[in-house]
Design a protein around this ligand. Structure first.
Ligand SMILES: NC(=O)c1ccc[n+]([C@@H]2O[C@H](COP(=O)([O-])OP(=O)(O)OC[C@H]3O[C@@H](n4cnc5c(N)ncnc54)[C@H](OP(=O)(O)O)[C@@H]3O)[C@@H](O)[C@H]2O)c1
Length: 284
């Protein structure tokens, strides 16, 4: 008797929000998948899903885990000072294992000189994937709508140097639905970049009004200077790169780099993108 071959589709990040949603959607469609996880025992138990072990920075484990795979959904790793190095190691290992197509969860406006510091890491990851000669699809999601309530402090104030700039907050369910559509027919999306956004580009002042109405608690937006933003976050004791990431989320909005509504979610999912009001009404 021989072991049956492992599925040729691999999902990473399945212990998390986006990867977990994607894995559940694929399972519901009857698609067999490997779930690559740092701790496979924490991977969701799903029909026709096989957990395999590997962290992005562990080249040999990733090569073992991805052998025979054709398509990989790569969720960007948790934020850390060496995230880009881990991404590059993962991409190198995927190429070595013979993976044909990487679907990478990138970020809106990924660019070498992006104001949002982490969007630069996403750009360099994209570049590394291209340089390796892999077939690719980049899903550049905007800020997650589910996180907007968390931006308000206990006093109900969203503080930041975002000026009157706009962001096109996107729901995680929409991101997962779009990713699932791409993974169902990866060849149709080879070489494509899809910006994943919500249906509206909103200022933080508008987002605060929507939050207030949806959750019955007054939320306001108070603009900070960049200096005030660093000072108001200093008490968290976060390292400098993390503070830079937090503050530059807002300055990127001020610079207009998260503004712009894309039609990719409706096009990929066949239904309208979810408005912020609906996301925050249904979130716990
Ligand atoms: N657009 C936005 O607003 C926004 C906001 C925050 C983050 N992000 C990015 O979007 C990604 C997905 O979001 P999410 O909400 O699904 O995040 P999440 O719930 O934190 O899940 C992240 C997933 O990635 C896995 N992972 C993290 N680092 C890894 C590594 N080095 N090697 C292998 N697996 C690793 C985690 O596995 P473990 O269970 O082992 O930790 C987890 O399954 C995040 O990781 C982050 O890069 C985007």
């Amino acid at each position: 008797m021989t072991d049956s071959p492992l599925p040729t589709l691999v999902i990473t990040g399945a212990t998390g929000r986006i990867g977990g949603r994607v894995a559940r959607r694929l399972a519901a469609r009857g698609v067999a998948q490997r779930l690559l996880a740092r701790s496979p025992e924490r991977a969701p138990r799903l029909p026709d899903a096989t957990p395999v072990q590997g962290g992005y920075g562990d080249h040999d484990a990733v090569v073992r885990a991805l052998r025979g795979a054709r398509t990989v959904f790569m969720v960007s790793a948790s934020e850390s000072p060496d995230r880009l190095a881990q991404h590059r190691t993962f991409v190198d290992a995927a190429a070595e294992a013979g993976v044909e197509h990487l679907v990478y969860l990138s970020f809106f406006g990924a660019a070498p000189d992006a104001t949002f510091t982490l969007a630069r890491d996403h750009f360099h990851t994209e570049e590394h994937i291209r340089a390796k000669g892999l077939s690719y699809t980049f899903l550049r999601d905007n800020l997650y709508a589910e996180f907007v309530p968390d931006l308000a402090g206990e006093d109900g104030v969203i503080r930041g140097p975002a000026g009157q700039g706009r962001a096109a907050f996107v729901s995680q369910d929409d991101v997962a639905d779009a990713a699932t559509a791409v993974l169902a027919r990866p060849a149709d999306h080879a070489g494509r970049v899809h910006d994943l956004t919500g249906p509206d580009a909103l200022t933080f002042a508008q987002a605060a009004v929507i939050l207030s109405e949806a959750r019955g608690r007054t939320v306001t937006y108070r603009e900070e200077t960049v200096e005030e933003a660093y000072a108001s976050r200093a008490s968290y004791g976060a390292p400098r790169w993390q503070l830079d990431a937090w503050v530059s989320t807002y300055t990127a909005v001020a610079a207009g780099e998260l503004d712009g509504v894309s039609e990719a979610v409706p096009r990929l999912t066949g239904r309208p993108a979810t408005p912020l009001a609906e996301v925050v009404r249904t979130r716990d």
